[in-house]
Design a protein around this ligand. Structure first.
Ligand SMILES: NC(=O)NCCC[C@H](N)C(=O)O
Length: 409
């Protein structure tokens, strides 16, 4: 059986990718919960599904195998023991505290066939879904209380963030925001129990149980030797150091982790919202992350003496990329062509967030016409996908995809 994971670059020919089709979890978004649930507007479900299907078809047209999160999770529930342990971990992480409601919800979830169980966990559970007679707590009778027992998981279609394949292993991420905390639990069960993965001894470069957060939008596999990781609003310096230590200890190919500090703002939540790799020597960048002379805070982590890491500082992204990737030239392609307004507008709608399907061939949102034309003028082949509703969740094609297998360069 072929080993199921291989990602040694951002641009090697994409063979298998994990997606999540937006579902009824988006119908549980209301204006009061948009900020908590990390959305800027409520997408129209049939339209966002149509756009997502278009994205999946564009990938298949490039010869990519598309697998879906909910299908893999349902296929991982192989017996009652796995079902019960998934339900218990999920409920505990959902913070369903009141004991009697907890028992009723647990029984209800346990009674569902596996595909419905998976959907219910993902779409959330409103309080009014439980039979009236099972209400035992005062707050359950009060109409204007929090309407959910189980909060919906509308960010699931951003499969990039809860886990990332690096080389032959996985970073199973501890999410920074409560709204996304449970997402990596699903990936844990898939890696542990799905027949596609469970027969293999898959190394974990990061485990979700720790105190420090890291998210896949910050994890960029630049080569078979170098990983770039954003120090961002979502990923902490401590988590990056932990990951580097495990990666260096267990995978002799990896030599360097390049930690790149970016501003901690909503628009730039992850490194991949402002910087992606499109070809061996070409990268998109949002100009606003560069200082006046192009400077940045970059740190190179390498194996040091004994268990320690050697950490050294760099200030220029182009020079650092040339150094770590052994390149003579590196081209940065500015989002929005460098025009202040176009750059801000297109970055907000994920103009720097490209998904490479092979070197120099990328999928982007159609709305970012300035950035797309600029990519083409640099010799990059651009495959545009629909983006009116998908963009409302603040993520682009890279955010919406978790590569499981890419050919080596
Ligand atoms: N890699 C990414 O930048 N993912 C986009 C995540 C968007 C989601 N609404 C979030 O705020 O986490």
């Amino acid at each position: 059986m072929r080993y199921p994971l291989n990602v040694t670059s951002e641009i090697g020919e994409l063979k298998t990718v994990l997606l999540k089709r937006p579902g009824r979890e988006l119908e549980n978004l209301t204006p009061d919960y948009l900020e908590t649930l990390l959305f800027d507007d409520i997408p129209f479900l049939p339209a966002i599904q149509k756009e997502h299907d278009y994205f999946a078809t564009s990938l298949r047209n490039q010869g990519v195998e598309v697998v879906y999160l909910d299908t893999l999770l349902a296929e991982s529930i192989l017996n009652d023991e796995i079902r019960l342990s998934l339900i218990d971990e999920f409920l505990s992480e959902s913070k369903v505290g009141e004991s009697s409601s907890l028992e009723v919800i647990r029984e209800f979830l346990t009674s569902l066939p596996k595909d419905q169980l998976v959907n219910k966990m993902m779409e959330g559970m409103q309080k009014n879904e439980l039979p009236h007679k099972s209400k035992r707590h005062l707050h359950e009778f009060i109409e204007n209380q929090d309407p959910f027992y189980l909060f919906p998981m509308p960010n699931l279609y951003f499969t990039r963030d809860p886990a990332a394949v690096i080389g032959n292993g996985v970073s199973l991420n501890r999410m920074n925001r409560t709204a996304r905390g449970r997402e990596s639990l699903f990936m844990k069960y898939i890696m542990q129990y799905h027949p596609r993965f469970s027969p293999h001894d898959i190394p974990l470069w990061f485990d979700r149980g720790g105190a420090y957060s890291i998210e896949g939008g910050d994890e960029l596999v630049l080569s078979s030797e170098v990983v770039a990781i954003g120090i961002s609003a979502r990923s902490t310096a401590q988590a990056i150091e932990n990951l580097a230590q495990k990666l260096f200890a267990k995978n002799e190919n990896y030599q360097k982790v390049m930690a790149v500090e970016i501003p901690k703002t909503r628009a730039f939540m992850h490194l991949d919202t402002v910087f992606t790799m499109v070809d061996r020597d070409k990268f998109t960048v949002h100009p606003a992350i560069l200082g006046p002379g192009g400077e940045m805070n970059i740190f190179i982590l390498e194996r040091g003496e004994d268990e320690d890491l050697k950490i050294s500082r760099r200030a220029n992204i182009v020079d650092t990329l040339k150094e770590v990737l052994n390149l003579n030239e590196v081209t940065l392609i500015p989002c929005g062509g460098g025009d202040d307004i176009a750059a801000a507008r297109e970055q907000w709608n994920d103009g720097s967030n490209t998904l490479a399907v092979s070197p120099g061939v990328v999928i982007t949102y159609d709305r970012n016409y300035v950035s797309n034309e600029l990519l083409r003028s640099h010799g990059v082949e651009v495959i545009e996908v629909l983006s009116s509703e998908l963009a409302r969740g603040r993520g682009g094609p890279r955010c919406m995809s978790m590569p499981l297998y890419r050919e080596d360069l």
